[in-house]
Design a protein around this ligand. Structure first.
Ligand code: ZN
Length: 96
């Protein structure tokens, strides 16, 4: 059995581009990582320090695969301050 790895919102995972628009992912939690189109990326907002981080989706797919739903992905988010609780998942749309 594979142990779930945490996903770090620190710089080594950060997206090369900041999204043009961002929304709360609460209506998209049923979607799979692999279902997200190229122009959508995942980010998180820390409940504790307010840090916003955007993830490099190539890194995310490499780390957790494509069969994970966003609701399964959400608890893996870890902020740079170390907080793992109640981090808010976001979906960003890249400018095309
Ligand atoms: Zn934080």
């Amino acid at each position: 059995m594979k142990h779930p790895r945490s996903i770090d919102l620190r710089t080594e995972m950060s997206a090369p581009f900041k999204p043009a628009r961002a929304r709360d992912a609460s209506y998209d939690l049923w979607r799979l990582i692999g279902d997200l189109p190229q122009y959508e990326i995942i980010g998180g907002t820390c409940a504790k320090c307010g840090h916003v981080g955007w993830l490099d989706m190539d890194m995310v797919r490499k780390k957790v695969g494509t069969n994970l739903s966003l609701s399964q992905f959400q608890p893996k988010l870890t902020c740079q301050c170390g907080n793992r609780e109640c981090n808010r998942l976001m979906i960003g749309t890249l400018a095309r």
